[in-house]
Ligand binder design. Structure first.
Ligand SMILES: NC(=O)c1ccc[n+]([C@@H]2O[C@H](COP(=O)([O-])OP(=O)(O)OC[C@H]3O[C@@H](n4cnc5c(N)ncnc54)[C@H](O)[C@@H]3O)[C@@H](O)[C@H]2O)c1
Length: 371
């Protein structure tokens, strides 16, 4: 018998609807020990709420998220709202005694993330932060190769997330393009957690950073825009006490030719691996024997949590989002075992330390030590 878990969503926009989709076909996961359903949605926008009328499990639609927090049937809350609202709503969720899957960047800035983490520690609630791309089978394989200890001395790490839709100057000036709602860290708050998750989990913590930040169009239909749109972070990391290793983290909203490309590459003297969502079933694996070789492996649907989907098929965004939720519930129930877990509050805090240092680096045009 799987355990029923009722989930409430605060913020029924782009991401809130994706959650409804993931829970709506949960039966595809083999032997799931939990059975999550979307029980309630809170959103300020009536139109956004209306969409959830088509979700049969949804019992409560409200414009006031306090109604949702007062609902005793709800076990877990997922919050997907603009970044300026994270701190207030996350802390309200924790004070209501419910567990939380938070959205990145986990507070609008470092101070905000620190305050959230303080409340998490005193509350004892189970909290994780959303980042789904590492649940692609190819990303998992890069993680395993990097962790294996079989690729010699690690020489370099590259992790990135490239979007291109901001190249279009007619795209509207929404909250993601204004510092007061997105945060001074701009694109780093938008895409950075996705980029940091795997390196941080591998223990690749930046000890210093030099940042190159670029802005996009200052005006868009609907208003002025002032956020950083592209960020290249050049960091030094320590790996196993050996020579420092360069790690480059790339976050871009203005990357020509890229719709939604997440990638990770770890290279060592004897081996390495590379994965990009541009080729969702392909793992590139490097080995150095008598000859040097890049091997292309056709992976198929080898997700961490097994499903009914045939092993020959390729995974996409809805699949990895569901995998992330499966990892969240498994860890919450204490049986994640060897599976890869969601971003922890301390990893989210570390990402904010890095992004705050990057903003300082840009202002001073200097390398900034991260303490
Ligand atoms: N994990 C991912 O892949 C991913 C992708 C996109 C966005 N996000 C993150 O998800 C969050 C939301 O982004 P989005 O793209 O879904 O935004 P969105 O603008 O599509 O949706 C946000 C929703 O929140 C609602 N909202 C705002 N204030 C509210 C309040 N006080 N109470 C209730 N509802 C409120 C808005 O009306 C809107 O419907 C952000 O933190 C963003 O960084 C994550």
């Amino acid at each position: 018998m799987s355990k029923n878990i009722n989930v409430g969503v605060i913020g029924g926009g782009l991401m809130g609807r994706e959650v409804a989709s993931a829970f709506g076909r949960w039966f595809v996961i083999n032997d799931s020990k939990v059975n999550p359903s979307l029980y309630a949605v809170a959103d300020l926008n009536k139109e956004a709420l209306k969409w959830f009328n088509s979700v049969p499990t949804c019992k409560l639609l409200t414009e006031n998220y306090q109604d949702l927090l007062e609902c005793p049937e709800i076990d877990v809350v997922y919050v997907a709202v603009p970044h300026n609202m994270h701190e207030k709503i996350y802390i309200d969720v924790l004070n209501s005694g419910k567990d939380l899957l938070a959205e990145k960047p986990f507070g609008i800035d470092l101070g905000s993330a620190e305050r959230i983490v303080k409340v998490i520690k005193s509350s004892g609630q189970f909290v994780r932060c959303s980042s789904e791309f590492p649940f692609f089978p190819g990303a998992q394989r890069v993680y395993k190769v990097a962790k294996s200890g079989e690729i010699g001395r690690i020489l370099e790490v590259r992790s990135g997330f490239h979007h291109g839709s901001d190249l279009d100057f007619s795209k509207a000036a929404n909250w993601k393009r204004q510092s007061k709602t997105c945060g001074e860290i701009g694109v780093m708050g938008d895409l950075g957690m996705h980029v940091c998750h795997v390196p941080f989990r591998l223990g690749f913590e930046p000890r210093s950073v030099y940042a190159q930040l670029q802005k996009g169009y200052p005006e868009r239909p609907g208003g002025a825009c002032d956020t950083w749109d592209n960020a290249m972070l050049h960091a030094w990391i320590d790996v196993d006490g050996a020579e420092p290793v360069p790690m480059r983290l790339e976050m871009k909203r203005m990357a020509p030719g890229e719709t939604d490309t997440w990638f990770i590459e770890v290279l060592g003297t004897d081996g390495g691996a590379r994965f990009s969502t541009k080729e969702p079933r392909t793992l590139w694996q490097f080995s150095r024997g008598i000859e040097q070789e890049w091997r292309r492996v056709d992976l198929g649907f080898d997700t961490p949590f097994k499903t009914i989907t045939g092993g020959i098929f390729e995974p996409g965004f809805p699949d990895i989002l569901m995998q992330m939720w499966a990892a969240f519930f498994a860890e919450r129930e204490g049986h994640l075992n060897e599976c890869f877990g969601c971003v922890t509050p301390s990893e989210a805090l570390l990402s904010h330390r890095l992004f705050a240092a990057a903003v300082q680096s840009q202002q001073l045009n200097q390398v900034i030590e991260i303490t």
